[in-house]
Design a protein around this ligand. Sequence first.
Ligand code: C5J
Length: 230
Amino acid sequence: MITVQAEPHPYVFDAARVALLCIDFQRDFVEAGGFGESLGNDVSRLRSTIEPTRAVLSAFRERGLTVIHTREGHRPDLTDLFPAKRDRGNPTLRIGDEGPMGRLLVRGSAGHDIVPELAPQPGEVLLDKPGKGSFYATDLETILRARGITHLVVTGVTTEVCVQSTVREANDRGFESLVLSDCTGSYFPEFHASALAMFAAQGGIVGWVGTSADLLSALDRSPVQTENVR
Ligand code: C5J
C-alpha cells in the first residue's frame, strides 16, 4: 500500500486499484482563443497546473498505472447540448460558435484537444463528456469497475466546475479521491481555494487534498508491483 501525506489525513491506496484522472486539460480552457477566454477569463491562471501534472502523468506511465483523460465537449450537431448549458456565459460567442481554434467545445475542433504537454498516449483511456461531471452520460464508472479501480488521483481544470462535480460524483459512487492542489486550477483563485477546502472539510466529506510532490515522494518510496496493474 502507498501512503500519501494529505488533508484531512493520509491517503492510502493500492497501486493496482488507482487511476489518475486528468480532467479537461483542453486547449479550449487553457489556451488563448478558446472557450474559457470567450467567457472573459484570464486563461494564463491555469498554466501552472501543466508542469506538475506532467510529472504525475510520467510517474503513472513509468509504473504502468491506469491513466484516464476526459474532454468536455459536444457533438458537431449540438444535439447533446441543453439550452441550460448553451445559454450561459458570453451571449455573443456560445458553445458551437466559430472561434480562433475552431468551434467552441465541439468534438473534432482544435480547441477541444488536450494540450500537447499532457496529450494522451496509446493505451490510456480518453473519455468525451457532454457535462461537467465525468460520470454524467459517460461509461467512466463501468471502465473503473471493470479494472477494479477504487481510488482516484484527480488533476484537471477547473477546480470548482468539472473537478468538483467529478469528485462529488465519485464519492457518491464509493470511489476515494485524492485531489492534487497544484495539478488543479481555476480562473478564480478564491474558488480554487474554497473548493479544495470543501473537499477535505468535515473529515474529508468529499475526499482528500494533497500535492504532487507528496504523491511523487510516496510513489518513489513504494516500489509498485506491476502485476495486475495496467
Ligand atoms: C468549465 C470545466 N469550467 N472543465 N468546465 O466550464 O471545468
